[in-house]
Write a protein that binds this ligand. Structure first.
Ligand code: SF4
Ligand code: FE
Length: 483
């Protein structure tokens, strides 16, 4: 396994075509706006370093079913319910460690979904995808790589299917077939951790019909393959990071990352293609990946831990922590946060073995879990802002605090309870600001809403997975209605 430092060194070798603020970024590893996001992925390596974090060995590592070697859990194919449960717990630990999206789950979820679907395609169509995929998986495990799992297409007019769009590139598709591979064109949106990844794994974004078969493709490429163009996404308050870690950034260590990724006629060799025109499996791959990724949102309970802790500290620093209404609000936050975590654990405990041997979470509970996540972080953030007070929206900058003429006013008038340095109060309020309306809110709120699919996608799946007939029968029996 790589150490965190080896991971960062490996990123230096990547040659991304990356743009930010209208300019090409040459040295992405040392870019102050990108580095906190890269540190976040590095934490997925760091916590797996047994000598430094022996307490996380069980959660952060697993035994490869291919080689029997110890690997990072993010490269693992779930072999049991216990693996699924550990995955949920790992997400919470890392969310609490970073207070951010640590970006590596999408690749893990893509690998697991493909381990099943390539097998199922082979059974039906007599293809050889699973063997190809397992060879690729072994490479990912041996090298301990970060994979970006890329699903969401641009989608153009949402009322039209991929093949019906006026511009055929609005969904990623094959434009040429060659003896040694295929050429693809299109785009993947909202790509979490894209330029912190070694590999990019593309999957279709929706169920497809026969006319859409050019779009029913899945493949993996080195993330810096020629023709892949990355355009860095903005987050609120992102430029506060440009001066390096400072009081105003709130989370001084970590951050998230999303990119728009363009495939400008990119060649994919056959050995990296895991689905090619099997449109009848596109929907299945989407559903399996989505179930896994909806489970992954245990990460938000970890970020919730940070926000609850910050709110409690803010109350203590301001002298309000003993007020009964503050105690109630903290309890409400804990209740919401633990409800999210409980659902993520429930879908893991109710998991089952698929034909390929991979364990899959229970789809109904995974979707209930994610639907909660589209709401509860907003409620928790509202309570955090309530407790923190209006200062989170009006506080002067670190430079003002350190200014020779006016710094003393800030130190005097922002002082809370005796014995707490004013800077500590500022720090914790900035963290609340970061998570509820700054760059951290992109991870904690908007991503909770739309990441792993928007709320309606979960509602549809909940409707499909629920057995209302069984419920009607229960009711009929108890009130004496003949079935
Ligand atoms: Fe992982 Fe959560 Fe980020 Fe998704 S939002 S990649 S589940 S940390
Ligand atoms: Fe996400």
């Amino acid at each position: 396994m790589k150490t965190a430092q080896e991971y960062i060194d490996s990123m230096r070798k990547m040659r991304f075509e990356l743009y930010m603020f209208g300019e090409q970024v040459a040295d992405h590893v040392d870019n102050p706006l990108i580095r906190p996001a890269m540190n976040c992925v590095a934490a997925t390596y760091e916590l797996a370093e047994e000598t430094r974090f022996p307490q996380y060995r069980e959660l952060m590592t697993a035994t490869s079913h291919l080689t029997g070697k110890k690997i990072n859990r993010f490269c693992h194919i779930h072999q049991s319910v216990d693996d699924l449960v550990k995955k949920s717990r790992m997400g919470r630990v890392l969310g609490a460690h970073t207070g951010s999206c640590f970006q590596r789950c999408v690749g893990m979820d893509a690998l697991n979904a493909l381990s099943m679907v390539t097998y199922d395609i082979d059974v039906k169509h007599g293809t050889g995808y699973n063997e190809r995929f397992l060879k690729y998986l072994r490479y990912v495990q041996d090298e301990d790589l970060v994979c970006d799992g890329a699903m969401t297409d641009a989608k153009g007019d949402r009322s039209l299917r991929p093949s019906q769009q006026a511009d055929p590139d609005l969904y990623l598709h094959v434009v040429e077939e060659k003896p040694d591979g295929i050429v693809v064109r299109g785009n993947k949106m909202h790509q979490t951790g894209a330029v912190n990844a070694h590999e990019i794994i593309c999957m279709p974004t929706r169920a497809m019909l026969e006319d859409d078969q050019d779009y029913a493709i899945s493949f993996a490429l080195p993330a810096d393959t020629q023709g892949i163009v990355y355009i860095y996404g903005r987050q609120p308050g992102d430029t506060r990071k440009i001066d390096g870690p400072n009081l105003d950034t709130g989370n001084i260590l970590y951050g998230g990352q999303e990119c728009m990724v363009v495939f400008d006629d990119v060649f994919v060799p056959w050995e990296r293609v895991f689905m090619y025109r099997e449109y009848d499996f596109a929907g299945d791959l989407v559903e399996k990946f989505s179930s896994y990724h909806r489970q992954s949102y245990a990460c938000k309970s970890g970020i919730g831990d940070v926000l609850i802790g910050a709110s409690q500290l803010a109350a203590e620093y301001q002298g309000t922590s003993k007020a009964s209404h503050i105690r109630e609000k903290i309890l409400d936050m804990i209740h919401l946060n633990e409800t999210m975590m409980s659902c993520s654990l429930a879908c893991a405990y109710e998991g089952h073995r698929e034909a390929s041997g991979t364990y899959l979470v229970d789809a109904l509970r995974a979707n209930v879990s994610k639907l909660n996540v589209t709401r509860f972080p907003y409620d928790i953030a509202r309570l955090a802002q309530d407790i923190a007070g209006g200062l989170i929206a009006t506080m002067p900058s670190e430079k003002d605090l350190k200014h020779p003429r006016i710094g003393k006013y800030i130190a005097k008038y922002l002082k809370g309870v005796e014995g707490v340095p004013v800077e500590d109060r500022i720090r914790v309020l900035r963290l609340v600001e970061n998570l509820t309306m700054g760059s951290g809110a992109a991870c904690y709120l908007a991503e909770s809403m739309h990441g792993a699919g928007s709320p309606m996608a979960q509602r549809i799946m909940i409707g499909r997975q629920s057995d209302v007939e069984r419920m009607k029968n229960s009711a009929r029996r108890l009130c004496g209605i003949e079935p």
